[in-house]
Design a protein around this ligand. Sequence first.
Ligand code: GMT
Length: 379
Amino acid sequence: MKIGIVCYPTFGGSGVVATELGKGLAKSGHKIHFITYQQPPRLDFFNENVYYHEVNIPTYPLFQFPPYETALASEMVSVVQYENLDLLHVHYAIPHASAAYMAKMILRSQGRFVPVVTTLHGTDITLVGKDASYEPVVTFSINESDGVTAVSENLRQETLDTFSIRRDIEVIPNFIDLDRFKRLRKEHFKTAICPNGEKLIVHTSNFRRVKRIDDAVMAFYKINKQVRSKMLLVGDGPERARIEKLCRDLDIYEDVRFLGKLDAVEEVLSVADLFLMPSENESFGLAALEAMACEVPLITSNAGGLPELNVHGVTGFLSKVGDVDDMVKNALFILQDDNLPVFKHNALERAKQFEISHVLPQYEAYYEKVLLESREKVF
Ligand code: GMT
């Protein structure tokens, strides 16, 4: 198949999933055309089946906001026409689904039909999408997509509960490449960070409010009073300055390191003993899956799709959003020497269920289904 993939080319989960999906499909022989405003961070290799089309967004003094959606739709039209694409797969509803609808209509006016698959990732539904400023467009473009997938059952249900959706939504979870995400031998790194045998606790995110990083830091503060530990915070974003201040106020700045955005996050995860994800909302929790693949047990909130990933009492524990004391109690249980190896083992076993080789065929089968139904629509 010749597939156009549209995504946000950032370190964020939706961009990572879209890029890794495209890479996987290209390795399976499909021709993949990325259409983005910048090279996605994980698109850093050569493959004869991968093409990259940059969306050029010309500015003009009249524009307070450059019309990205218009430029994107035009680029989609051009790539579909000249590369003869079979299908467009857009990740994140806003504004990619509506831009794809515009491209589809332009192409249709020229006698060319291209089906559009939209994947919902979370914040496009749970945070931004339901805002009245966007809701009518989100509802319309989901309904007008030829196929819609959501990354968890919880997100599927939330989409159906929030918007007036007249179509099926297929659940296809996030996935992991276990060749890349595995526990690497990085003992020297562990010794450098934890010179006195401390436990190592990790959080990775884009440092947005929805991640409740204060809860992660407060949990660490309390854990550290009972079990000597260190904390690594990977990522960056709007909450960074506030969280740094919190660490100074709690006088734990010596024990907490901010690593910023990292490409090789698996190297950090390889030396971690525990991963914290206390999010207010989390449609799937790709960062937690990456941790599990590196044999790191989880302490998460029970928000969104996290219960579909983190098996309570097996791969870690779930707590109510904001219940830091419960997270601390569970963390101390996992960190006991007798328990830690069991949870680590279980985390990896669970991660195996989300191996890319299981999930990629689900997307391929879904594309086939959409293409078949679309042909029926056209003829
Ligand atoms: O986590 C973020 O804030 C980034 C966000 C995104 O859209 O890039 O991630 C969302 O999509 C990921 C991939 O499907 C999911 O694993 C994340 O759980 C989801 N984030 C939220 O729902 C907050």
